[in-house]
Design a protein around this ligand. Structure first.
Ligand SMILES: NC(=O)c1ccc[n+]([C@@H]2O[C@H](COP(=O)([O-])OP(=O)(O)OC[C@H]3O[C@@H](n4cnc5c(N)ncnc54)[C@H](O)[C@@H]3O)[C@@H](O)[C@H]2O)c1
Length: 336
């Protein structure tokens, strides 16, 4: 498992790590936004820098090829560390390049988005998109170290911040009661990031390849991914976090219907989702529009849909099967 470092001063911690691990060569990968806002934090290192365009579109073979070209030009060898300085796009892309360049070079993640700090930068899933399929090409490969510091959040656009809350609430709901209570009662972002990152780390330790208990983290994502795909189809993309928030609310209804959760806890979870990730969506006819993407979901091996659902706050279950017929009349309208 990677070294997970929570710090207030990234440059100090990285300096220490490089010295202890005798790291002489490193290359920083960032995107156009993190180059501007986050790279100055590493200015004292004088590492060469590769910059790719910001946005999900950079999780592509084109950018893999661009980065590999740059690494060759920089004479990067198998001891060279790739430092991924950015959100989930940069860590997914950079982690993937590091997994294949010269059959694998070490990499370090320095997540700069809230989503990266609590989720994407942790867990060793690396990859790119292909032919409109998200993360269809990739590798499981752990970073050597992950440095987490909320100092980067000051420049993060507010929409990115709000949407990342979906993943925090998700992790708390299915895997950590204490984190859930912390979110309900406090706003200390450092404490929340730490608890959330450690919770994900624990699940990854138990199930690196996502074959069983790690699937708890899919709560909200079965419906969320289907909705995201449909919105892409109609050229009206919505933020992943907002799709997941909608997904969690519908999937909570599934849990209530299946009586895996009681009404009181249902209300508490729904209230937290609504408080942390406000959104508006027109639901009329929506299920008919996104349902075709549910059947294509990679977690389904027959016409039933597979869900990860909460059992009680902080506990979940995975691979719960629900038929399409059971699903179709459920809307979030009227929830609390
Ligand atoms: N590997 C995993 O386990 C995992 C888990 C969840 C999500 N993901 C992936 O992560 C990606 C989404 O991650 P994301 O939300 O971080 O997206 P992102 O990396 O695209 O970052 C979102 C936006 O914020 C900008 N940004 C990042 N940090 C900034 C900062 N400190 N200041 C100013 N701007 C900043 C980026 O340039 C970008 O425009 C998706 O590709 C998703 O598939 C991976």
């Amino acid at each position: 498992m990677p070294e997970l470092v929570f710090t207030k001063t990234i440059s100090e911690s990285l300096k220490q790590y490089c010295s202890l691990n005798h790291i002489k060569n490193a290359v920083v990968l960032c995107d156009s936004n993190t180059k501007l806002h986050c790279l100055p934090t590493l200015s004292e290192f004088n590492f060469p820098v590769i910059v790719c365009p910001a946005g999900e579109k950079s999780k592509s073979f084109e950018q893999v090829s661009f980065i590999v070209n740059q690494l060759i030009d920089l004479n990067a060898d198998r001891q060279t560390h790739l430092i991924n300085l950015g959100g989930g796009m940069v860590s997914d892309l950079g982690g993937f390049v590091a997994s294949i360049y010269k059959r694998g070079i070490p990499f370090i993640n320095i997540p700069t988005s809230l989503l990266g700090m609590v989720d994407a930068g942790i867990g060793g899933k690396t990859g790119i998109d292909f032919l409109n399929y998200k993360n269809i090409i990739g590798a499981f490969n752990h970073a050597k170290a992950i440095f987490i510091s909320s100092e980067f959040l000051q420049t993060l656009p507010s929409e990115e911040f709000v949407s990342a809350w979906s993943e925090i609430v998700k992790t708390a709901t299915v895997a950590n009661l204490e984190l859930f209570q912390t979110i309900e009662n406090k706003t200390d972002i450092d404490e929340i990031i730490k608890q959330c990152a450690l919770t994900k780390t624990k699940l990854v330790e138990m199930d690196f390849k996502d074959l069983n208990i790690r699937q708890l983290l899919n709560f909200g994502h079965t419906i969320g991914h289907a909705l995201e795909s449909y919105q892409l189809e109609i050229n009206a993309p919505i933020h992943h976090g907002f799709a997941v928030a909608y997904g969690m609310l519908i999937e909570l209804k599934v849990a209530l219907q299946l009586e895996t959760i009681n009404k009181e806890e249902f209300n508490r979870i729904a209230a937290l989702i609504k408080t942390k990730v406000a959104y508006e969506i027109e639901e009329e006819g929506l299920f008919d529009s996104y349902s075709k993407y549910l059947l294509g979901d990679k977690k389904n091996n027959d016409s039933n849909i597979s869900f990860s659902l909460p059992k009680s706050i902080g506990n979940g279950q995975y691979q719960c099967k629900v038929s399409m017929d059971q699903l179709k009349n459920w809307k979030i309208e009227g929830i609390i």
